[in-house]
Design a binder for this molecule. Structure first.
Ligand SMILES: NC(=O)c1ccc[n+]([C@@H]2O[C@H](COP(=O)([O-])OP(=O)(O)OC[C@H]3O[C@@H](n4cnc5c(N)ncnc54)[C@H](OP(=O)(O)O)[C@@H]3O)[C@@H](O)[C@H]2O)c1
Length: 287
């Protein structure tokens, strides 16, 4: 597996998104564990999660606990695996997603994530989504405190504008913003400016829902014909082509395709080895 950097840490160029294993439509635990093990078998060393990846009220941290369990039961060495979690989103259990970016909540959420993951320090802690009711710098100030206290090793943000990226750099201090995680896929390209900004600063950029999201990823080839045509030319899946296209955008890009089946992440992981020509990339850029 090719590698990329988040801060000073080397991780696989393709990560695993944990969300499909814990929200609506999630599989049973046994299949989820097999999926995470398949990712590790494929050389994936970045797993993205969040405290809010759960379904029912009262099961906050479902996905974090699942990942901790899968790492503990894996036969091989997992010491180089970075688990990136998030705080600031909540799921009351009625299907909705709410936000709380208050420093108090983020401190409590990080403590709960430490327990759910069973670690002394969180490898990468991301502020999940801006809270309109809390000044952005105050939310990021909580991450700075967590960094200074050694509770998190790296700080990241998600669903951020360029302005919020710059506020975060300012509050966290030079070089301490490790990652930006924004939506980016063939169907959703409006975060290109944030991607370019992160690339210019050497900050890791993690595209979320890179295949179009749960329930839509399977139709990627029919929804985006050019991706299917390039896939046919290489005898690979259109999902692999999508991830390879993203990887080619900048060395800071690390897609985190979600999976709830071992076959999905095994296929996605192979995209790290797929090289597309300049003509193909240019075609996909405008497709
Ligand atoms: N920061 C945020 O606000 C935010 C928001 C959404 C998501 N995320 C993160 O981003 C991750 C990825 O996003 P996502 O899970 O919403 O959507 P996604 O990665 O675009 O799509 C996930 C779906 O793609 C399917 N899939 C994966 N690889 C495939 C392949 N090679 N061929 C065919 N199908 C494939 C999976 O199917 P199976 O389930 O059948 O395996 C899975 O359900 C999430 O898991 C989460 O960690 C973050």
């Amino acid at each position: 597996m090719h590698t990329r950097k988040i801060g000073q840490l080397t991780v696989s160029a393709i990560g695993l998104g944990g969300m499909p294993m814990s929200i609506e439509g999630r599989p049973d635990e046994e299949r989820s564990i097999r999926t995470i093990h398949a990712a590790l078998d494929a050389g994936v060393t970045l797993i993205d999660t969040a405290d809010a990846y759960h379904l029912h009220a009262g099961e906050t941290g479902h996905n974090e606990r699942l990942i901790a369990q899968a790492l503990a039961s894996y036969g091989g060495d997992t010491s180089d695996v970075l688990v990136a979690t998030k705080g600031g989103h909540l799921r009351p259990g009625d299907g909705s997603w709410t936000v709380d970016g208050s420093p108090r909540h983020l401190r409590e959420a990080a403590e709960a994530s430490l327990k759910a993951l069973g670690v002394d320090a969180i490898g990468l802690y991301q502020f999940h989504r801006p809270d309109p009711g809390v000044p952005y710098a105050e939310s990021i100030g909580a991450l700075k405190e967590l960094l200074d206290a050694g509770k998190i090793r790296m700080a990241g943000i998600s669903n951020a504008t360029i302005e919020q990226i710059d506020i975060s750099r300012n509050v966290l201090g030079d070089g301490n913003l490790a990652s930006v995680q924004n939506q980016f896929s063939p169907a959703f390209r409006s975060s290109e400016p944030e991607l370019a900004h992160a690339a210019s600063l050497g900050i890791a950029f993690l595209p979320w829902s890179p295949l179009g999201g749960i329930g839509r990823a399977g139709q990627l080839g029919t929804r985006h014909a050019a991706f299917q045509e390039v896939a046919d030319a290489h005898a690979v899946s259109p999902q692999q082509v999508t991830l390879a296209w993203m990887l080619a955008k900048a060395p800071v890009v690390i897609p985190i395709p979600g999976a709830s089946r071992p076959e999905s992440i095994a296929d996605s992981a192979r995209s790290a080895d797929l090289v597309l020509s300049a003509d193909e990339l240019a075609r996909l850029d405008v497709a």
